[in-house]
Design a protein around this ligand. Sequence first.
Ligand code: HAM
Length: 422
Amino acid sequence: MKYTSLKGIQDILPPDIYIWQTIELKARELFGVYGFKEIRLPIIEYSDIFIRSIGETTDIVEKEMYAFADKSGRSITMRPEGTAPAVRCYVEHHLYNLPPPQKFFYSGPMFRYERPQRGRFRQFYQIGVEAFGISQPSIDAEIIVMLNNFLERIGLKGLNFELNCIGCEKCRPDYRDALMNFFKHKLLYFCPDCQRRYVSNPLRILDCKVEKCIELRRGSPVVTGYLCNECRSHFNELISILKALKIPYILTPDLVRGLDYYTKTAFEVTSEYLGAQKAVAAGGRYDRLVEDFGGPPTHAIGFAVGMERVVTLLKEVQSRKYPSPTLFIATIGREAELEGLRIAEDIRARGFWVEPNYGGVSLRSQLRKADRIGAEFAFIIGSDELRSGKIKWKELKNGKQGEVEIDNATKVLSNNIESPDP
Ligand code: HAM
């Protein structure tokens, strides 16, 4: 029997894993200086949490949830995203009693039963942030600036920051009416899903990916034409802060998000290199969700970065050097092998990556292996070396070589390269 991973679900292996680790490290460092603290959220939640927040008529809830009944018959879902679990956690632990803003970040796998294609997986990873308790647009600007800095720091430039304001519960009814008016005469030509959406949630028609629906909705009213005073002034203020901070953005009035919980600010960072799945990161405000989950009225905003898409872009724009061993210890004979292991332990304790010979192969093939794994140095220990108390060393990239007393072996490395922190 030959097993494979599930469709749309992939292993992440070296050397790619080094890119993942670098991104995660930089996120941790940067988000930390903006005051975002890590939270670890469960991978499974009660299904209701997602249905109520993301919205019953969204693609995610209608078609993409990995939901199952547990042994007691309760409906459980493998999280398709992190915002709803973060809000559940915020309310469950009464974090609204702490001084605002409360800022959190999380990372980990998300699950959506989507049709797999380039940049779209059924298990994918996000790094997300959520900030609770601030209504002012200055925090919208702060997280947009932070996302911009993060993407630049990991080496991504030339991305499009698409920005919109999608209104609130006050202005949405007017916009909904305008959309229904616009669609009513062409309804029969829309896909069956959109015909259903027309009744249940007409805004979702704007999110349909079917070619003919995209065509049919050309020229439809844009939400920014229907904003209430509060939403309009919030958006104008956000724009003026972004201008003052010289953060580039593209006003995108037809940007709607695929999740129902958003209010006011919505944004997506996109790249043309990614093809159809072009959003690298996305987010927005969700000022009603905490209350919907049983907490006090609490403003909130966040975003999530799609790790696979970021990694794809980084691999396209950067050539990189992956970590490799500092030292390979080639040994001939049992006694030399033991001495090699002792030296290896000594050098590893100083924080260097050492690969030993695991026995049984000729010196020639050991040195060939040292080259293949990209080791910087090789030590050679045989019976002559044990007798004389001196081992041979070789710097593999330039062929430089010499001899050093066994007790001073680590000096070869410290004289030639900077010591890493153990
Ligand atoms: P989202 O737009 O559904 O938003 O996902 C955010 C990012 O996750 C996308 O821009 C994309 O990079 C990545 N992503 C989504 N689906 C897939 C997939 N099937 N395969 C690969 N990558 C994918 C959210 O999830 C919101 N929770 C973001 C947020 C946080 N809003 C406020 N706070």
